[in-house]
Ligand binder design. Structure first.
Ligand code: NI
Length: 416
């Protein structure tokens, strides 16, 4: 580049700024035009939801569109789809854009024309919207391929809602190689944020999530003769109470962490001490070192209590998703690009959440930035949370999410 203090250098720089502004403008226009088709696709997906790792029709729909538009793609991890978009100078940078495609085992209660046609399966987490927006972004970036530099990898992944997480399978099958993206972006609907807004956060944004399964066993018997039994109910109760100390007495007060036992199953009547009680729960943490240290503390407490009380115990911790960590540098770049695209008044700060997202697997390997798309409209009553039977979105969020994904894909790059 010519030095800025020369007239030619200044003119070059001015021209670059002009081209960038023009590109943002073109993307905004194309996203607005895309809205109609986007809404149609989103409604098709919403009406035909598929559970984790069974996204066959969804995957076929994605592939059909990419095929029609002439975008090279391949399948991966069963129902996953990876596409490649080349702009000018394709080797200069590689950025990945990710969408998840699966639905949840929930019976939809919305009375809308695009209501789920599959009893007990519902797009209650907005993954229909994520898939639609990434398709729209692909269409726009492909059309404008002479106006941006580098390569954009499109990642349509299965199974975000269920262990082991579609992201981990995609990574195992090489989604982050050939070419290796220098950064990845993921977007998620937020029904607590008014449509027209997006939000970002630097560093930790979501927690790790591990499942806890405990089975307490002992000689049950007559409730009137506890001295001839091992009271598995009492042992389980002590375990539940004791596990509350794992977080309150062992984790740093400055590092959020949650342990919830959410199920106790045992016994069936008033006068029989059961021989088995089963507990299930979840453990969430923001710090990976503490996360695995906590597993050891949980194991020690559960084993010691059972032994002290004469019971046998099985403990299984199903290690789930790692926390989502937004790369500080990439976050700053993404946020400033969002400011340019949306106007700074529409770009806010995401709150910390103890929910989990398998996007965390990507951020363990490459710099990532996970952000939220406002989909609420309080005046229309669209405020129900994700994973509820009444969840829905204001569909005017679709061109916003589509355009912003395209803009990040076309513009974002890590310095150096
Ligand atoms: Ni989700």
């Amino acid at each position: 580049m010519q030095p800025l203090h020369t007239t030619a250098g200044f003119a070059t720089r001015l021209h670059e700024v002009y081209l960038r502004a023009m590109l943002a403008h073109r993307i905004r226009e194309m996203a607005a035009v895309w809205e109609e088709e986007g809404v149609r696709i989103r409604r098709t997906l919403h009406a035909n939801p598929e559970l984790s790792y069974q996204e066959h029709e969804t995957s076929a729909l994605v592939r059909r569109h990419l095929q029609e538009w002439g975008i090279p793609h391949a399948t991966m991890a069963g129902t996953g789809v990876v596409g490649l978009l080349h702009g000018k100078d394709p080797d200069s940078r590689v950025v990945a854009l990710r969408a998840d495609m699966d639905a949840l085992p929930i019976l939809e209660e919305n009375n809308v024309p695009y209501r789920s046609t599959r009893e007990g399966v519902m797009h209650a987490c907005g993954h229909d919207v994520h898939t639609t927006c990434l398709l729209g972004a692909a269409r726009i970036l492909h059309t404008l391929r002479d106006e941006w530099k580098g390569t954009v990898k499109l990642v349509f992944q299965p199974g975000e809602e269920k262990n082991p997480g579609g992201a981990s399978l995609m990574i195992c099958e090489g989604v982050l190689e050939n070419p290796r993206p220098e950064a990845i972006f993921g977007m998620h609907v937020n029904p607590q944020l008014e449509v027209g807004n997006v939000s970002f956060r630097s560093g930790k944004v979501m927690a790790s999530a591990d499942e806890i399964y405990i089975t307490v066993r002992g000689a049950g018997g007559h409730a009137a003769a506890p001295h001839w039994t091992t009271d598995t109910i009492l042992v389980a109760s002590h375990i539940v109470t004791s596990l509350q100390q794992v977080v309150s007495r062992n984790s740093s007060p400055f590092s959020p962490s949650v342990l919830s036992i959410c199920s106790i199953q045992g016994g069936h009547t008033t006068n029989v001490i059961p021989s088995e009680v089963r507990l299930m729960g979840t453990f969430r943490a923001m710090d990976e070192e503490w996360r695995f240290r906590a597993h050891g503390i949980i194991r020690r407490q559960v084993t010691a209590i059972a032994e002290a009380m004469g019971a046998e115990v099985d403990l299984h911790i199903d290690v789930g998703y790692p926390g989502v960590h937004n790369h500080e540098g990439l976050h700053a770049i993404a946020r400033s690009l969002a400011d340019d695209y949306m106007g700074p008044a529409r770009v806010g700060e995401t709150e910390l959440r103890m929910g989990a997202e398998d996007f965390g697997f990507y951020t363990q390997h490459i710099p990532g930035c996970f952000f939220r798309l406002g989909t609420a409209n309080a005046s229309k009553g669209i405020t129900h949370g994700v994973h509820t039977p009444r969840f829905d979105i204001d569909e005017s969020a679709i061109p916003i999410g589509t355009g912003l994904m395209a803009w990040l894909g076309a513009s974002a790059a890590l310095p150096g």
